[in-house]
Design a protein around this ligand. Sequence first.
Ligand code: G3H
Ligand code: 13P
Ligand code: ZN
Length: 381
Amino acid sequence: MALATLKQIVDEAEKGGYGVGAFNVNNMEQIQGIFQAAGELESPLIIQASFNAVKYAGLRFLDHLMKAATETYPDVPVALHLDHGPDFDRCKTCIELGFSSVMIDGSIDYSSKEKKKPARSFEDNVRITREVVDYAHSFGVSVEGELGTLGGIEDDAAAEKVMLTDPDQAAGFVEKTGVDCLAVAIGTSHGAYKFKEKAVVEVDRVAEIHKKIPNTPLVMHGSSSVPVELTDKLNSFTVIKKGTDEKQGPFIDFLGKRYFMDKDYTSARELVYDLLFKNRLKKTMGVPIESIQQGIQRGVRKINVDTDGRLMITTAILDVLQAQPDKFDPRDYMGPARQAVYEMVKSKIFAFGSAGRAKDYKPRSLKAMRDYYEKQKSGGK
Ligand code: G3H
Ligand code: 13P
Ligand code: ZN
């Protein structure tokens, strides 16, 4: 089994000057598609579960699915990672289960009931992060911290206010916390709605941060490219069903709305209008692959991708169901969804430059990493 730590994977990527994709997972097909791509292209891999993924699938299910994949692909060095760990307890649970890495996101307060979370002070972020680092390192487990806040409107990691990472503060943060890698805020955000007309990613800020902390690999969150072909395709699907209501007569259901075929055809006219003009996704754009590559040239080593996988899966499923509406065996649409994830991950692995890098090194065990951290603590080299 090739369980590696995040520290080793991103340190190797730093040496080789490439980036490694960190793909979010919630179910078996995603895990299989991602591993198949990394296995074929001999790429190291980071597989991550958010705490919402854990809520959805159950920690044990996810953990065993991820571990089944590491056993099936023994030549892929892989870090099993908790994405946006909100507090010490949830990081601890994942460490106890055998994750090789966790992110403690001390940049915002996840306990807030607000949809957009308030930012934490630098001092609070340091305190919360340091506690997780001390605990995790005593098991050889790596830690990703975050400084600065991402925007984003549609997920639980959305901050009230966007604060880009300050390079000087980043140096202080790494020194005080001892994190193995650092997530930086450079203008990207989570989800499908990142930029309206033009992507503005502050790649030069990456270079400035990297100059201050050259030994701490950097992480880019919100890195989905949200390809326009996919959003256009999603908008083009129409799912129409007709029926008859006992009291109100014939109707057509379209995009979650019921249109009654009343005498003056008002409803029918509305339907035609919606068919022609109503889109489900607003106009949006993601992070262009070129911006990610510029980030990699300047020090980004871990690239978080979730939304692109979601878009690929949903498009693949709708493709099947629209062409063959009689299909009801989940394998008929989940199989193509898995294939779509595989293709998406393959293209990212090529773009990030990690293809063929799995052979460069053998994963170090958690015990070896624990000894390494012990030695560091006692001042050894
Ligand atoms: O942090 C954002 C990731 O895309 C995870 O999203 O919390 O909906 O699983 P999620
Ligand atoms: P996207 O929403 O751009 O895929 O970002 C995912 C992410 O950063 C997970 O932590
Ligand atoms: Zn993220």
